[in-house]
Ligand binder design. Structure first.
Ligand code: CA
Length: 750
């Protein structure tokens, strides 16, 4: 390098003539760190294409506005950072681009950090076209951020952050030192890809600030990002600081809300929330002073409570900044709310949150009403909100506030994909015509594919097998995700526990019988999901071993959420010892759903589903949706389902439990069943037990813990079966359960 080795005369010459920047193409880590030490303003380090294993990248340098320092991939997308790796940048005018983090995880608390260490933050720096794809710590409850932004004037744009399944915010803006506040960061055009339900607090996709520094302004702009199925927990975005602008973002089928949790004078505008009828899809939740929420579009949202399409909260009188500051000077203007379930005003009112919104305005908003909703839930005095020039299409519900007039308008979908009243005279209501929702293909790194909304069990091939030794094991081991293994009629004997590490369907005709001579037939591993169809599985050959289970999870944590489905299966004779379960979910494992339909279970000593491993009461649990219908259960020793969600925090939507049109005979009465119950639900948030028959069985036990559990037990027939037990563990007052049209009879059999 000429300029590094120059003599006095050349250096003098160089002081007046612009120096040529140096490009360092590096092929290994030691060359990288050697080059990093030499970096001058204007230089570029290029990582050669390939996989870089266990690479903790640091970029510590000082560029200038005219001559930034760049770290980039030789070819964008062809430089893979894997294993135990991360990236920390500190200094000024740094640019990083083109890297892909996958097949590994960060050994520290962050994958990408806009600081080299506590004392060396990044300023005026940019990370663009970088991908972090399923870069999760092995234990889902081991915490990290994928991106931590510190310093000031930084930009994070056109990146893909996909599939975070361990605990911790996906992207956090930190205000924990003076030079990270009033930061003017810009977070734009990023693709926030699917974030599965975490099953605990700590699944936010984006957080700006923390309650500790809530009195400071962050002045961060979050603009034109696409949030695709970001379902981690109740908060998709948690703004915990002041002066932020959240503008032009699209929230597609994402459960949760954009929450102005702490801090004042934030602007939320021109965002689009498309729920498509998915559970718990919400909009915007308003807390604190001086918030402006204007020209936002909400359609097809199914959230309620704190996840309503729009929630204006009650506050705590004289609240400290980090509790619930009373809403004042809120301006909620020109929003469109169509075909959504609920708008909540003075939300969360209780003995502590007793200060209703004041000095606030709602005007120019347009909502649908009638059957399309939304309904209003008004939980305290709303005289502090002035309603003017709002309109609704369709009949008013009983509790619609005054100041919303009914108009007769027809909504037509415009070119931008949004609905508007056909007649221009109504254009003063709702979102403006020039709102242009950002498209998925306009965000993120263009060279990296974005995940499609596919069913895990679809998209593969059919693989036909006939009975012979080891044939099922072999077929599954050779199969690809989405494949369906079609079993010809006959008897199959399996002599190994089969590891399921992809989505696999096993499909029989109903005349297909499987026996197994190990303690478990299937073990769900990382990446695995299992669907059983038309099979008869008999446990008579299984050995007597502690903790037998037809389907178990690995003994170590599983990062990825999985699915278990059974349809038209018959499972019998899991009875060699006293606790032989059908499905047993272990610690740090999480099922998005367990679905059982048209199936029959007989002579089983344990449970059909044991989802009760998270017993430390941290608010973690094992399954989001459990759905059992049209099935028979006879001679089951344990409860058919034991679903446990302990703890007191309210950051999750689930678990959900549905039991419909089933027959239970002699369930839960084994002397070893400590619960003495046919079903045990502890901390489930949504429970529906409808149209079932219970014959000579133990009672149902429902423990309500936190949140607002919604439990409905109706149209069931209980024959020689004791009454349902409901316990309110942390709540004084009436039992929160709807019990109707249940019939109890003694002695009758059918
Ligand atoms: Ca949270």
């Amino acid at each position: 390098m000429l300029q590094r080795a120059c003599g006095v005369i050349i250096c003098l010459w160089m002081a007046i003539v612009p120096v040529h920047a140096t490009d360092y193409l590096v092929k290994n880590q030691s060359d990288y760190f050697a080059a990093e030490k030499k970096l001058q303003a204007g230089d570029t380090i290029i990582l050669s294409n390939g996989v870089w294993q266990d690479f903790e990248i640091t970029l510590s340098a000082k560029g200038t506005a005219e001559k930034p320092i760049t770290l980039k991939a030789q070819t964008p997308g062809k430089v893979i950072i894997s294993g135990q790796s991360n990236l920390r940048i500190g200094g000024h005018y740094l640019i990083v681009s083109g890297l892909v983090f996958k097949d590994g995880y960060s050994p520290t608390g962050e994958v990408i950090s806009f600081r080299r260490n506590k004392n060396e933050l990044a300023f005026n720096s940019r990370i663009t076209q970088v991908v972090v794809d399923h870069f999760n710590k092995p234990d889902r409850f081991d915490n990290d951020y994928w991106v931590g932004i510190y310093g000031q004037n930084n930009r994070f744009d056109h990146n893909n952050l996909v599939g975070k399944s361990n605990k911790g915010v996906t992207l956090a803006v930190r205000l924990n030192s003076a030079d990270s506040r009033e930061n003017n960061h810009k977070i734009d055009h990023n693709y926030f890809g699917p974030r599965p339900v975490l099953g605990s607090n700590g699944g936010e996709t984006l957080r700006i600030g923390t309650s500790k520094f809530a009195q400071y302004n962050s002045n961060t702009i979050v603009e034109n990002n696409f949030f695709d199925r970001t379902d981690g927990e109740v908060e998709i975005i948690s703004s915990k600081s002041g002066g932020n602008i959240l503008r032009g973002n699209v929230f597609f089928e994402s459960s949760g809300t954009l929450t102005l949790r702490h801090g004042d004078n934030n602007l939320v505008e021109r965002n689009v929330f498309m729920g498509n009828g998915k559970d718990h899809t919400g909009g915007i939740r308003v807390i604190n002073k001086g918030q402006t929420v204007r020209h936002n579009y909400m359609e097809g949202l199914r959230g309620s409570g704190f996840a309503s399409a729009l929630t204006v909260m009650n506050g705590v009188p004289n609240s400290p900044v980090n509790r619930y500051v009373q809403v004042s000077d809120a301006k909620i203007i020109g929003n469109s709310v169509y075909n959504s379930d609920v708008i909540t005003l003075a939300g969360g009112a209780d003995a502590e949150r007793s200060a209703p919104p004041i000095d606030s305005v709602m005007s120019g908003n347009l909502i649908t009403a009638g059957e399309d909703g939304p309904i209003f839930r008004i939980q305290d005095d709303i005289s502090g909100i002035t309603f003017s020039e709002n309109a609704r299409i369709g009949a008013a519900h009983a509790n619609h506030p005054d100041g919303i007039k009914t108009i007769k308008a027809k909504l037509v979908r415009a070119k931008n994909g949004l609905l508007y009243p056909r007649k221009s005279k109504f254009s003063k209501y709702g979102v403006p015509r020039d709102l242009k929702p950002i498209k998925k293909e306009e965000v993120g790194a263009s060279w990296y594919p974005k995940p499609a909304a596919a069913n895990k069990f679809d998209g593969g091939s059919d693989i036909a097998i006939t009975p012979s030794e080891g044939v099922i094991e072999k077929a599954i081991s050779n199969a690809k995700g989405g494949d369906v293994i079609v079993l010809a009629d006959g008897e199959y004997i399996v002599s190994k526990t089969i590891s399921i590490d992809k989505a696999i369907t096993l499909k029989g005709s109903g005349q297909t019988k499987i026996l197994f001579d190990r303690p478990s037939l299937f073990e769900i591993a990382e990446g695995g999901s299992l669907r059983l169809e038309g099979l008869a599985i008999d446990g008579e050959l299984a050995p007597d071993s502690v903790g037998n289970a037809l389907i178990r999870t690995t003994s170590y944590p599983i990062q990825s959420n999985f699915l278990i489905e059974m349809e038209g299966v018959q499972i019998s004779n899991l009875s060699v010892n006293k606790f032989f379960d059908v499905i047993k979910l272990g610690k740090s494992t999480f099922a998005d759903h367990v679905v059982i339909k048209d199936s029959k279970f007989t002579n089983i000593s344990g449970s059909i589903l044991l989802a009760a491993s998270e017993t430390e009461d941290y608010g973690q649990y094992n399954a989001e949706y459990v759905d059992i219908r049209d099935s028979n259960f006879e001679n089951i020793g344990g409860p058919i389902v034991n679903l446990y969600r302990g703890g007191r925090d309210e950051s999750t939507f689930g678990p959900h439990f549905d039991l419909k049109d089933n027959m239970l005979i002699n369930v839960g009465l084994d002397k070893n069943n400590e619960s003495k119950s046919a079903i045990v639900l502890h901390g489930a948030q949504y429970t529906k037990i409808l149209d079932n028959q219970f014959v000579a069985s133990a009672p149902i036990l429902v423990n309500h813990t936190v949140g607002r559990p919604q439990t409905r037990i109706a149209n069931n027939k209980f024959i020689s079966t004791p009454k349902v037990n409901i316990a309110e563990l942390n709540y004084e007052g009436e039992q929160r359960v709807i019990l109707n049209d249940n019939v109890y009879v003694e002695g009758e059999t059918e």
